[in-house]
Design a protein around this ligand. Structure first.
Ligand SMILES: NC(=O)c1ccc[n+]([C@@H]2O[C@H](COP(=O)([O-])OP(=O)(O)OC[C@H]3O[C@@H](n4cnc5c(N)ncnc54)[C@H](OP(=O)(O)O)[C@@H]3O)[C@@H](O)[C@H]2O)c1
Length: 373
């Protein structure tokens, strides 16, 4: 069985590499040519996460790196190299993407939509009809903020919170169309927000909640408050739009990767099967705002309408609109299909303020804000 994976150097992809190598002898890593160093980065991740030395030593033999650029026709490969690669594969995992919520829609489409189109072309060209596993997102549900989102829904009626959601929606539409047109099965895995309690490390890719840390630190810097130890009672109040009973699903990335690989071992149905890969409990928005308060010396106050007299700090926070709407989300992601197939899928991990803090706050940040607690 010849398996290929895009996005192997990413936050999720690094965990998929480990899971896939438990089931398959070798893996073709379709690595981002512009970034380089894929084997070194994967090896470093495994060293930092205490993977057994024997597996690390085997990596050069078990991983084959093919450098590609997803946004280019034929992934930037020559016609002959593209066809040869396609003909060798039995299974393609597509995890690469641009996950920058605030990026320009044109750039997001280049990787997320055109990249998916190119992966599907690779799958269509292969003589062995490789099975496609597409990593989507539960956020194709778009700007619908309440109710229940089911796994068979794919609808743009509510619009999108940001260009990232829209590009991932368009990519998933392509996947379903391709499956119908070619009469080929596809598995679409839609994770919620991926998190970890592995502390941030400069050599490891970050995750969305860490980006929130960077956003608030930048905001503080822009108003001259970065790194200040401010006593609790003097912390400035930051009013943020949000729902007091809002909640988000945050799934540990290690658990998500394990569930995805289990789902992939189910017999294909002949069509596109879509799964919500989620955690067994949601996290109240209050926990997310408490995390913000641990990151920066402010008091977050959730408000129902946007203040018309924003303070400089509130104005600076608005410079990052991609994430802000999620403070108003209170929808539930149904994962009946996953539970029907795999049974109860609890990770046993409680994603709470301490879990998130461990995975988000670097030692440096903890030291600078410790005096304020
Ligand atoms: N993170 C989440 O919370 C989350 C939630 C739901 C769904 N997802 C989905 O899960 C997938 C993986 O996300 P992630 O968190 O692992 O993202 P990530 O850490 O940003 O990793 C993105 C990966 O895509 C590769 N890549 C980017 N542009 C490329 C290009 N032009 N050609 C080839 N490879 C390219 C990157 O390679 P280099 O690093 O080498 O450049 C990296 O390996 C994405 O499809 C994302 O939409 C993520």
């Amino acid at each position: 069985m010849q398996v290929a994976l895009t996005g192997a150097t990413g936050f999720l992809g690094l965990r998929l590499v480990g899971e896939l190598l438990e089931r398959h002898h070798s893996l073709t890593v379709l690595a981002h040519a512009r970034s380089g160093g894929a084997l070194r980065r994967i090896t470093r991740f495994m060293e930092l996460t205490d993977v057994p030395g024997q597996l690390i030593a085997e990596l050069p033999r078990r991983l084959r790196v093919v450098e590609i650029d997803l946004g280019q026709p034929r992934m930037g490969l020559s016609a002959a190299a593209f066809q040869q690669l396609a003909d060798e594969l039995d299974m393609i995992w597509h995890s690469a993407g641009n996950i920058n919520l605030d990026d320009d829609l044109v750039r997001l489409r280049q990787v997320n939509v055109e990249g998916t189109r190119n992966v599907l072309e690779l799958a269509a060209a292969g003589v062995r009809n490789p099975m496609v596993h597409h990593i989507g997102t539960a956020f194709v549900g778009g700007a619908r903020r309440d109710g229940v989102l089911y796994e068979d829904e794919l609808d743009d009626a509510y619009g999108f919170e940001n260009g990232y959601e829209q590009s991932k929606y368009e990519a998933e539409v392509l996947v379903h169309e391709w499956s119908r047109a070619h009469g080929r099965p596809v598995v679409v895995m839609r994770p919620s927000i991926l998190v970890t309690d592995l502390p941030p490390h400069p050599e490891l890719p970050g995750h969305p909640m860490q980006f929130v840390d960077q956003i608030v630190q930048n905001s503080l810097r822009s108003v001259g408050l970065a790194g200040m130890a401010i006593p609790e009672e003097y912390r400035p109040v930051v009013r943020m739009l949000g729902h007091p009973h809002g909640h988000l699903n945050l799934v540990p990335v290690e658990h998500a990767a394990a569930v995805m690989v289990q789902l992939a071992s189910a017999p294909p149905s002949g069509q596109a099967n879509t799964y919500h890969v989620v955690h067994d409990h949601d996290v109240p928005i209050r926990v997310v705002t408490a995390l913000l308060e641990r990151l920066v010396p402010v008091q977050v106050k959730l408000v129902e309408t946007k203040p018309d007299d924003p303070t400089p700090l509130e104005a600076a926070a608005e410079l990052y609109p991609g994430f802000a709407p999620y403070l108003s989300h209170r929808r539930h992601l149904d994962d009946t299909r996953v539970r029907t197939l795999l049974g109860p899928v609890s990770s046993g991990i409680r994603v709470d303020l301490d879990y998130l803090t461990t995975g988000v706050i670097s030692k440096q940040t903890t030291a600078s804000s410790a005096g304020a607690h």
